[in-house]
Design a protein around this ligand. Structure first.
Ligand code: TXA
Ligand code: MG
Length: 340
């Protein structure tokens, strides 16, 4: 049975945090909000508890988890040989949406890291997340709180859709702010490599680190973040991204949507320009502001699922700032990318 605990994200009620922390301490699993997306947490030092996360999410066991801490001083109990650059980045970006891959301390069981000798660590900024980790008294291993291959949850109702009856507690702490998962940087290599883009961009990291690069990965490479090889964020419909000059993209989407309707398909459209497309059964405008677009994207993908659309046409966004992360997630969810 799953209990839903509504907690105030700005002033978490101590009694409710305690209730969730007791479940973590006893080896249970708790879904909780972070500033990026909702996570599904367990005591990172308890292998049996960690296994429950994989079962609940139906996650392949070779896909490692991120360990969440509430204070930089806890880093030493998770990782060893932490490079100076990692400390610099932690001081600058923690608490916040940055995950660093480091050499793991032997306390961390292999179930968390899928047998790797590295571990991903992050200190989240959300008040509920921080309070829960602190009160639990242990580091919390947590992937995103969705069923494997579904879009990451940005609202408690998304977690309820995917995990009701499969976890002990779902904390409802309102909508997550950022809406896309944290930036992951591999700090075990020189120069450090961004394995997953997020709100903290290459430019942000370059201001703090002497050198850092964005992972350029060909389809044949072994994925560096094991999770990157799996189909991700996918709505049930085929997502077709249309790139190019805005007017041409609009025209192409109108044309494709009309053709798809004629073929009897239920059509969805994702746009950033202000027009809603009357050619679609469900047209969602996520706005011109990239942060707002990122905040709404995963929720929109779930809305298309609920509306049972067969095909979604999406305007590509500009790959600046968080736009790089938006296009990374859209590309992963997509069936095809075409030029207008
Ligand atoms: O914002 C976030 O990062 C959210 C919140 C809950 O913190 N978490 C999240 O976790 O997105 P998850 O499990 O959905 O994505 C973690 C990614 C996966 O692609 C995994 O393969 C990669 O991190 N990862 C974990 N440990 C790793 C390691 N030791 N080396 C390389 N990649 C690793
Ligand atoms: Mg995930």
């Amino acid at each position: 049975m799953t209990k839903i605990l509504k907690i105030n994200p700005h002033k978490p009620q101590a009694g409710k945090i305690k209730e969730a922390a007791i479940v973590i301490k006893k080896g249970g699993i708790v879904a909780f909000p972070t500033e990026t997306v909702y996570g599904l947490g367990a005591n990172a030092l308890n292998a049996e508890a960690v296994k429950k996360i994989f079962e609940a999410k139906k996650r392949p066991i070779d896909n490692p988890l991120i360990v969440h801490i509430f204070d930089i001083s806890k880093l030493g109990s998770i990782a060893i040989n932490v490079p100076k650059d990692a400390l610099k980045a932690a001081k600058e970006f923690w608490p916040g949406p940055l995950t660093m891959v480091l050499h793991k301390n032997k306390e961390i069981p292999p179930e968390v890291t899928a047998g790797l000798d590295t571990v991903a660590v992050r200190m989240p900024m959300n008040e509920i997340a921080i309070a829960l980790i602190k009160e639990s008294g242990v580091p919390i291993a947590a992937p995103s709180a969705n069923l494997a291959s579904r879009p990451s949850p940005t609202k408690a109702e998304h977690v309820i859709e995917d995990l009701m009856g499969r976890v002990d507690i779902i904390i409802d702490g309102g909508e997550t702010e950022i809406g896309l998962e944290s930036t992951i940087v591999d700090m075990t290599v020189t120069p450090p490599v961004i394995l997953r883009p997020g709100k903290i961009t290459l430019e942000d990291l370059k201001k703090v680190l002497s050198n850092v690069v964005l992972n350029v990965q060909s389809a044949k490479d072994t994925p560096k973040a094991p999770g990157m090889k799996y189909k991700h964020y996918a709505p049930s419909a085929d997502l077709i991204i249309v790139k190019g000059d805005e007017a041409a993209v609009n025209e192409k989407i109108r044309y494709l949507a009309t053709q798809a309707k004629k073929a009897g398909l239920k059509v969805g459209i994702i746009s950033h320009s202000n027009n809603k497309f009357k050619e679609a059964d469900l047209s969602l405008c996520l706005g011109n502001d990239l942060s707002g677009f990122a905040h709404r994207l995963f929720s929109a993908l779930r809305d298309f699922d609920k509306a049972k659309v067969n095909v979604i046409f999406a305007e590509a966004v500009c790959e600046k700032g968080i736009g790089t992360a938006i296009m990374n997630r859209m590309n992963k969810a997509s069936y095809e990318i075409i030029k207008a």
